[in-house]
Design a protein around this ligand. Structure first.
Ligand SMILES: [Zn+2]
Length: 184
């Protein structure tokens, strides 16, 4: 971010802490502007502004002035943000950022887990503990997946969904699907 953006931050601070500038005096204010500009240069203005608002919104900071280290606390620099974004994409189901090469495998697992979650909510009226499901190896996961489908099948009301689940179970055991593509 740039000097004029640091100036904007100081204006915002002055609105919420009306003594901020006058307390510093003109010379100190110039020094502070220079120093903050140096320290904040690698960061994104929008991120820093958000940190400032977080600080001002926090009741326990009432009467306290923000300093430059609070403004950059926990932030990635612009360069770091580029690195983070490089080669990583968001999972369409859970939004997690992962390397492109891992995504197919992750999304396939994630889709199944989201489906189990929905089944649990709908038919057992409870939340499924999903954390461990992400770490299971494929074989163990598939076994658990099928077990849930078998448990849920008698409760499923929609014909379409019941046929779909039946086919998944049948093919898991190496049998032919019972319903044709057109019946699904
Ligand atoms: Zn995901």
């Amino acid at each position: 971010m740039e000097r004029n953006e640091v100036n904007e931050l100081i204006k915002t601070i002055e609105i919420h802490r009306p003594y901020f500038k006058s307390k510093l005096g003109k010379d100190t204010l110039q020094d502070l502007l220079k120093e903050w500009t140096n320290i904040l240069a690698p960061y994104d203005y929008e991120d820093v502004k958000q940190n400032l608002y977080n600080f001002l919104n926090n009741e326990s900071n009432y009467g306290k002035d923000p300093d430059v280290f609070i403004l950059k606390k926990g932030l990635f620099t612009l360069d770091q943000k580029k690195d983070n974004a490089k080669g990583k994409i968001a999972c369409q189901f859970c939004g997690r950022y992962l390397p492109i090469l891992e995504m197919d495998k992750h999304e396939s697992r994630c889709r199944s887990i989201k489906y189990l979650q929905r089944l649990y909510r709908t038919y057992f009226n409870r939340e499924l503990e999903v954390k461990d499901l992400y770490n299971l190896n494929d074989k163990t996961f598939d076994e658990s997946y099928i077990k849930v489908l078998e448990k849920v099948l008698p409760k499923v009301e929609s014909d379409l969904e019941r046929r779909g689940i039946t086919n998944v179970i049948e093919t898991y055991y190496g049998r032919e699907p019972i319903y044709s593509y057109r019946e699904l």
